[in-house]
Design a binder for this molecule. Structure first.
Ligand code: MOS
Length: 713
């Protein structure tokens, strides 16, 4: 599959699956050729709250090619949430079409199964629903009275914030707003499901194979071992594919009902209503500091929404608990049940949005204190996580800030806003500090070695996914390193629930988990071969080890998981963002001229794919500032933005040069290979660094995202 002759990690090699990708041979879920396939099209509600009182399927059923129309009346009975509404969304079930009740606009209320996609889509438009409609709760402001504390864990405090504020020489209280956003990975959510006598096989675009398998099993109340999920290539997820959504269940149900394999693809339009969203957050920050810049208090209160039937909370306060040293700290989260679909994790859930509030507030405080914002952050560094009293496994935040300031030319920054001009543009520089938890989870892998002539070829298998991040490549590099054979002799097979179990891709745990799992399998193989042959890999090489043991093939499995040292420490990646913006004095149009991200995320397995992760994060962070927002239509609760024509993301013209510096680091406390997460660090705090640069350019403080030009005039 790949041709790279280098050995080991650390080299910026091309993606081993790159050739398959550009040749169209890396298949996404809906691209597999399955015989006798039928197609399903979901039908969406056109009210946000109420009850279905009548359904007329007759016209749809008459259409050519239509096989079946499913509604709550003839759907399979599924396991349903048994808690009182709203139920905690951590449960592994995903019920759908179970009652006549409608909880949000666009909810699935039916499904048409037909011979072709086009026939299904057309017939779906002919199914007629009559509703008894109720007034939906879709307005953020008028829902405030319903705010509740979701769980015990949603609140945190140490010290006494009121006292800390009273002791401060300078205080700040401000509110920061971030809108609803949508994930929109390139590959649409999709499934091809085959139900055979209680056994399920599914090609599904999912980030976590094991979770999808479990969700299908639990929802249909069948055994997990009877479910196989396959996803060798996933075209992005950004969190929306962490958990199996309702279309996964609908695809399986449709196949069960008609006795044929069924493909169900969620359209781009439906990905606004049926595959979750990032919730809108209103974040109140209170900050207190002594005149020398030492923080005396930090408090972070988040108000947000969840659906009326399920609960999800984006923990915006996570970063505020641990990033800076302060004796007095308080974090709260409140949720309002609303008639919108359940929010869910979107790239750096909590950190991406929480850091906008925290790092904007830190910038505002630095300005009030007349301190340089880099110095203010450096001043409040801590090597012990104040929220857990555990030492950080490694924390190079100050180094990120200082090295970044030097490389970026921070000394060129105007001291006073609105004083640096280039023609009709006002020029400003902004900075932010960043941190993202670097989790690492139990991961297993299998290695198969084959001796051909005098060379050993390895195949490594695990149920890990590559969501476009480069998992194939870093796993191949890892196996190459521990087996001491070229990358070209390693084949990586991923995304199949028949392979050993991993935590899948998400939460920035992929690289550390997958690589250490692959390492463990290789180490076990080598240990056995060394024992059998009496030789050492370092002296003899792998081929000789196998020949001496008279082995033409050999298999081993291995499992890696966090050890005691990991648990005794607080393990985070750290970073700093620097941005230069130019703002047009008359129109408020602004351009991001350049960005620098300095990242401390342990050992970099492949600088090229890691760079891609960070610049992708920077672009998505810029998207939070420039354009991204989903607006709720105030009367009916539909979204106004239902396509890429109106949900805007940055294009090349919006972006400028992005430089990334990875600090050389190996965090051996984090895990044996010294790896920490990269993917979600990249987006964290980017929005604040841009907003802070806009303040430096214009003197205008932008606290509501996105920052569209009219807000700047
Ligand atoms: Mo990420 S939001 O855990 O895919």
């Amino acid at each position: 599959m790949n041709t790279d002759i280098s050995i080991g990690t650390g080299n910026p090699i091309d993606r081993v699956e790159g050739r398959l990708k550009v040749m169209g041979l890396a298949k996404y879920a809906s691209e597999f050729n399955v015989k006798n396939l039928a197609y399903a099209q979901g039908i969406n509600s056109t009210i946000a709250k109420g009850t279905i009182t009548a359904i007329d399927t007759s016209e749809a059923e008459k259409q050519k090619g239509v096989i079946k129309v499913l509604t709550y009346k003839n759907a399979d009975k599924l396991k349903q949430y048994d808690e009182e509404l709203p139920a905690i969304s951590t449960s592994s079930i995903q019920p759908v079409l179970q009652s006549a009740d409608v909880y949000y606009y666009g909810e699935y209320v039916g499904l048409v199964i037909a011979e072709t996609f086009e026939q299904a889509q057309y017939a779906a438009s002919l199914v007629k629903y009559t509703y008894s409609e109720e007034k939906p709760d879709i307005d953020f402001d008028s829902s405030r009275a319903k705010a509740y504390r979701p769980t015990e864990k949603s609140d945190y405090s140490r010290g006494d914030v009121s006292q800390g504020l009273a002791e401060a020489d300078v205080t700040l209280e401000q509110i920061y707003n971030t809108p609803i956003e949508h994930h929109h990975p390139m590959e649409l959510h999709a499934i091809i499901a085959s139900w055979n006598n209680g056994n399920v096989e599914a090609y599904a675009s999912q980030q976590i194979i094991d979770d999808a398998t479990l969700t299908i099993a639990d929802t249909f109340q069948i055994e997990k071992k009877n479910v196989r999920v396959i996803a060798p290539f996933v075209g992005g997820g950004f969190g929306s594919k962490l958990h199996a959504k309702q279309h996964v269940i609908l695809g399986v149900m449709a196949s069960k009902q008609i006795g044929r394999p069924v493909q169900m693809t969620v359209t781009r339009n439906q990905m606004f209503t049926n595959t979750n969203l990032r919730q809108r957050n209103e974040q109140k920050m209170q900050v207190g500091a002594k005149s020398d810049g030492s923080l005396t208090a930090l408090s972070h209160d988040t108000l947000s929404h969840t659906s009326t039937y399920e609960e999800f909370q984006e923990s915006c306060g996570t970063v505020t608990k641990m990033l800076y040293k302060t004796p007095n700290n308080k974090v709260t989260h409140r949720l309002m049940p609303m008639n919108l679909q359940t929010p869910f994790a979107m790239r750096a859930p909590g950190e991406a949005t929480g850091s906008f509030a925290l790092e904007s507030a830190m910038d505002e405080m630095a300005w009030k204190l007349k301190m340089d914002p880099v110095d203010f952050r450096v001043k409040n560094d801590t090597q012990v996580d104040p929220s857990s009293d555990k030492p950080f496994s490694s924390r190079l935040l100050n180094e990120c800030l200082k090295i970044g300031a030097k490389e970026f030319g921070w000394e060129e920054r105007p001291q006073k806003p609105g004083t640096k001009e280039e023609g009709n543009w006002l020029v400003g520089y902004g900075v932010s500090g960043a941190s993202r938890r670097a989790p690492y989870q139990k991961t297993s892998a299998k290695i198969i070695l084959e001796l051909k002539d005098s060379e050993v070829f390895a195949t490594i298998q695990m149920d890990a996914t590559d969501i476009g991040t480069g998992s194939y490549t870093i796993i191949a590099q890892t196996a190459s390193e521990y087996l001491n054979i070229p990358v070209a002799q390693v084949d990586v097979e991923l995304g199949d629930s028949d392979f050993p179990k991993t935590p899948g891709s998400g939460g920035s745990w992929g690289a550390a988990s997958f690589s250490n799992g692959a390492r463990a399998a290789c180490e076990n193989a080598i240990a056995s071969l060394e024992e059998k042959s009496g030789l050492k890999l370092a002296d003899a090489g792998l081929a000789k080890l196998m020949r001496s043991g008279n082995l033409n093939s050999f298999e081993a499995e291995g499992t890696a998981e966090p050890d005691e040292e990991f648990k005794k420490h607080s393990v985070f990646s750290f970073g700093a963002n620097f941005t230069e913006v130019w703002v047009d004095k008359d129109t408020g149009v602004f351009r991001i001229k350049r960005m620098l991200n300095v990242a401390s995320c342990g050992k970099i397995l492949n600088p090229k794919t890691a760079f891609g992760q960070i610049i992708g994060g920077c672009v998505m962070g810029a998207g939070m500032v420039i354009a991204e927002q989903t607006k709720v239509e105030p009367n009916y609760g539909n979204f106004i933005t239902r396509s890429f024509a109106d949900y805007h993301v940055p294009v090349n013209l919006d972006m400028a040069n992005i430089d990334v510096i990875f600090l050389p680091e190996e965090d051996k406390i984090a895990n044996k290979m010294g790896i920490k997460g990269v993917g979600e660090l990249g987006i964290t705090s980017v929005a604040a660094s841009i907003a802070n640069a806009i303040f430096n350019a214009t003197g205008k403080r932008m606290r509501d995202l996105p920052i569209t030009p009219e807000k700047l005039i």
